[in-house]
Ligand binder design. Structure first.
Ligand SMILES: [Zn+2]
Length: 679
């Protein structure tokens, strides 16, 4: 019998970010989280694309990507096409952890998880994420509210759960002051901020109260509690945090700059309260689905139209979330681990002594377990099992499929046309859900499928540039250079200033060794971009790829607000330094990137290359092998290793590189070639 934790408590903190947590801990804050870290493990948790919370938390819960679990958006069309609704548990196509735990006789509680409505009939308690949606029974008494049917399983707990819910109108000043100490001074012009804050606070307090009650009063083996406030509050209040952003007034800054830190501190308090109800042998996991920009990289969206702003909201989300865990069968290790969101479910199963399915693409983080503690994988958990708590098959739906069927009936004249408004809504939701799916397919390198989907979207809505960009980029990534060029040219006809596509054409020209064309295209892109930061880094990267180190470096200099805390930016700079022969600076920048995450192969590679040039051959090899472990296809890293292993005298490197570059003028990044001439 595999030893495993007696109990597991999981807290989801949507959008929690190490940048803020580490700053708070350095000042003595977040004591409860600190106590878990002290006896457990911590690491950055790499997110998936697209960075949308319902998709990501469904991946956490299933161990599968959106292409397999089917949760593609915040909302979905109603089955009868009368409008849209919040995405439902019946749309999920695969089992969630709570189903797997339930069928393995682990009594499981789930509160507030994305896409958990209607609550599934598992062995345990589910309170769905629609716990604040209410059915108004009477118009006259605004306080007479009932839970939406399906919010609670088992239904006999309805009344007690309802009594634990904190309604907005029940909040007292001392509650609001937890997040906003000087809330009485807030001018009426900022009333909407207070309204948003009280709504999010009351929801968070409800989840906390319900979670705490369940831990105390209901037997359990696993509890999974989900808090969305760090994300939802972040979208409204992160721009007020220090350092002060330009568009924020002094008054607003003095009132609101502490809100986000207070929200984090509140989460730590709740963690402390929950910990007081669990035994020492309980495994504790705290995680987030992505991080959140909080420094110089915060997007400025205030001046944008509402639609554009909505599109931009996901750009607040940083690549790395948090993972903290402690438990009797988790061993602390010094070695760096690269963990992705797909690894969460297999690792949580292992903590409970259960095997992952072979159909889960992620891995168990084996560094944290003793020999023989990770159970052999089973084929799949998807077979029907007693007590898995899945909704009956006739409740399961595929909203996109249903819409297609209904539309066919309408086209055939069997059904009256949909009202214009809901028809437009449904059309938008349908398109964006497919766009999200295409984004994930690209991210998981299924470029052919992604290109097909993007093309479909582009042909349908040619006014939306990102569909066309996705199409051309997926074609290029799948190796179909000709098709990518054709697609890019088609899209550029209606969007002539699309920088992404001009740069894509430059890449195509470069791969065909048409350097003059490539140079002209990158120049064109640089002219269009002007001073706008968002594309300058891409232009710099394009210059770097062409071996134009000085132009790359000039381009970086033009960026007014440097994305200092973005590892992609650090890697770009480190590559420029490497190409310029500033090996120490290159190594420093690469190390900065590795500070953010150990899981960036390019950073390990640049560090390895820089160290090789500095004559630190042993360390260089270690770094290069790290890069290759993470990305076995990393051509430059492999070549560096070969070069070093075959002739290890640094004095020979310049000749070797020259020979090498002469033989392969375009097959590797041109900066490598340039590096040789610098030395
Ligand atoms: Zn999120």
């Amino acid at each position: 019998m595999t030893p495993s934790s007696k109990k597991l408590l999981v807290m989801g903190w949507d959008a929690a970010d190490w940048g803020i947590i580490d700053a708070l801990m350095a000042k003595g804050g977040m004591p409860n989280l600190r106590s878990i870290i002290a006896k457990g493990v911590r690491c950055p948790l790499k997110t998936l694309e697209p960075r949308l919370s319902p998709l990501l938390w469904s991946t956490v819960a299933t161990g599968k990507g959106p292409d397999m679990h089917g949760i593609l958006n915040f909302v979905e069309p109603k089955p009868d096409c009368s409008g849209i609704r919040v995405v439902q548990s019946t749309t999920r196509k695969t089992k969630a952890l709570w189903n797997i735990f339930s069928q393995n006789h682990l009594r499981t509680h789930v509160v507030g998880w994305y896409a958990s409505h209607p609550a599934e009939p598992i062995n345990g308690v589910i309170v769905s994420n629609l716990l604040h949606e209410k059915v108004d029974l009477t118009q006259t008494d605004p306080h007479a509210e009932k839970l939406l049917p399906g919010t609670v399983h088992p239904a006999e707990l309805n009344d007690i759960i309802e009594s634990l819910i904190v309604h907005q109108h029940e909040l007292r000043p001392e509650h609001i002051q937890q997040w906003l100490p000087r809330y009485r001074e807030v001018p009426t012009s900022d009333d909407h901020l207070i309204k948003g804050l009280t709504q999010k606070l009351s929801y968070a307090m409800s989840v906390a109260q319900i979670g705490e009650w369940l831990l105390q009063h209901q037997d359990w083996d696993v509890s999974m509690l989900f808090f969305d406030a760090i994300d939802t509050m972040g979208h409204e209040f992160m721009s007020f945090r220090a350092p002060k952003m330009k568009h924020v007034s002094d008054k607003q800054f003095s009132l609101f700059s502490g809100v986000m830190d207070a929200v984090y501190a509140w989460h730590d308090d709740i963690l402390g309260r929950l910990l007081s109800h669990v035994h020492d042998d309980t495994a504790i996991v705290i995680l987030s689905d992505h991080g959140f920009h909080h420094g110089n990289n915060r997007p400025v969206t205030q001046h944008l139209s509402p639609e554009k702003r909505m599109e931009m909201e996901a750009s607040w989300h940083r690549n790395y979330g948090i993972w903290v865990a402690s438990g009797p069968n988790l061993q602390v290790t010094e070695s760096a681990v690269a963990m992705s969101l797909l690894d969460v479910a297999p690792t949580l199963l292992a903590i409970c002594g259960l095997p992952a399915g072979k159909d889960m693409p992620g891995k168990v983080i084996s560094e944290w377990f003793a020999e023989g503690q990770i159970p052999e994988r089973v084929e799949t958990w998807e077979h029907q099992a007693e007590k898995d708590g899945l909704h009956p098959a006739d409740l399961q739906t595929d909203p996109l499929q249903q819409v297609a069927t209904l539309k066919q009936l309408i086209d055939l004249g069997y059904l009256a046309a949909l009202p214009k408004n809901s028809a437009e809504q449904i059309d938008l939701v349908e398109r964006e859900s497919r766009y999200n799916l295409a984004g994930f397919l690209s991210f998981s390198k299924k470029y052919d499928q992604a290109a097909e989907l993007y093309e479909l979207l582009w042909k349908k809505s040619a006014q939306i540039l990102r569909y066309g960009v996705g199409w051309a980029q997926a074609l290029l990534a799948s190796g179909q250079t000709e098709e990518a060029e054709l697609a890019a040219s088609e899209v550029l006809k209606s969007h002539p200033t699309a920088v992404e596509l001009i740069l894509l054409l430059a890449t195509c020209a470069r791969s065909k060794r048409k350097t003059t064309d490539a140079t002209r295209l990158v120049e064109q892109a640089e002219r269009i971009v002007g001073q706008k930061s968002d594309h300058l880094a891409n232009v710099a990267q394009a210059w770097l790829n062409l071996g134009e180190i000085n132009r790359a470096s000039d381009c970086c200099r033009k960026i007014l607000i440097k994305p200092e805390d973005d590892p992609k930016w650090m890697v770009l700079l480190s590559k420029i330094y490497l190409a310029q022969g500033s090996f120490e600076a290159a190594a420093d920048k690469a190390l900065d990137a590795l500070d953010v995450s150990q899981a960036i192969p390019e950073a390990h590679f640049v560090l390895g290359a820089a160290l090789a040039w500095l004559g630190q051959i042993e360390d260089a090899l270690t770094c290069l092998h790290f890069a290759l472990n993470l990305e076995p296809q990393h051509i430059e890293a492999r070549r560096f290793v070969e070069i070093i292993e075959h002739r290890s005298s640094p004095s020979e490197f310049p000749t070797i590189f020259d020979e090498y570059a002469a033989q392969n003028p375009y097959s590797s990044d041109a900066f490598l070639h340039h590096t040789t001439h610098r030395a």
